[in-house]
Design a protein around this ligand. Structure first.
Ligand code: IMP
Ligand code: MG
Length: 193
């Protein structure tokens, strides 16, 4: 699809299979939580998923279609890789955080856990609202680059320390629509900062 793609790290089939597995794990945990609360999964408004835009949009879209649970979505947006950046320039909130999370079972969804700054910021802001539970799901985990002591509750794949694109992840705003997780060739990264 894109000649600049040098190598596929995670294929479409691998992603689809893993997303279904993660969804099943998440649903089982949520049902246990709701049960403990004396609620059933059909109770209104108890589960809120918060995808971190824009990278998490495709992962979230696939994940929720494998989650037969009554849930609502609350979007948030965090910027840390402006323009042609390939390393974090420090996470900051670029939109409002969803409100009314008190007493909710919240799942934060992101495409990748890298330095950990994005997830740490979002978790801190959500915890201020006293949710009933707070968990995190990421498709990819680049452990080698962690700067903050944080891990996700659900991880699709651990990947090596490479800058990746596709399935929601971008370089300079592009390649989010590539259906696999891939590495770009050096020519495509000439403006990388
Ligand atoms: P962190 O704050 O460093 O953990 O970075 C998390 C955010 O940076 C993710 O939400 C992604 O949007 C972006 N990011 C981190 N690594 C990559 C990558 O390899 N490719 C594309 N985006 C990335
Ligand atoms: Mg992001």
């Amino acid at each position: 699809m894109f000649p600049e793609i040098a190598q596929t790290l995670v294929s479409k089939d691998q992603i689809a299979k893993r997303v279904d597995e993660l969804a099943a794990e998440i649903v089982a945990d949520l049902e246990r939580d709701l049960d403990k609360d004396g609620h059933t999964p059909l109770d209104e408004g108890r589960v809120t998923l918060i995808p971190i835009m824009t990278g998490a949009m495709i992962f979230c879209a696939d994940l929720i279609r494998s989650m037969p649970v009554k849930l609502s979505l609350g979007l948030t947006s965090v910027k840390s890789y402006p323009g042609a950046s390939v390393t974090s320039k420090g996470a900051h909130l670029a939109s409002e955080m969803p409100k009314n999370l008190k007493g909710k079972h919240v799942l934060v969804i992101d495409d990748i856990l890298d330095s950990g700054q994005t997830m740490a910021l979002v978790k801190e802001l959500i915890n201020e609202q006293s949710p009933a539970s707070l968990r995190t799901a990421v498709l990819l985990d680049k452990k080698a680059r962690r700067e903050v002591d944080i891990n996700a509750d659900y991880v699709g794949f651990e990947i090596p320390d490479e800058f990746v694109v596709g399935y929601g992840l971008d370089y300079d705003g592009y390649y989010r629509n590539h259906p696999e997780i891939a590495v770009l060739n050096a020519d495509a990264l000439t403006n990388a900062k």
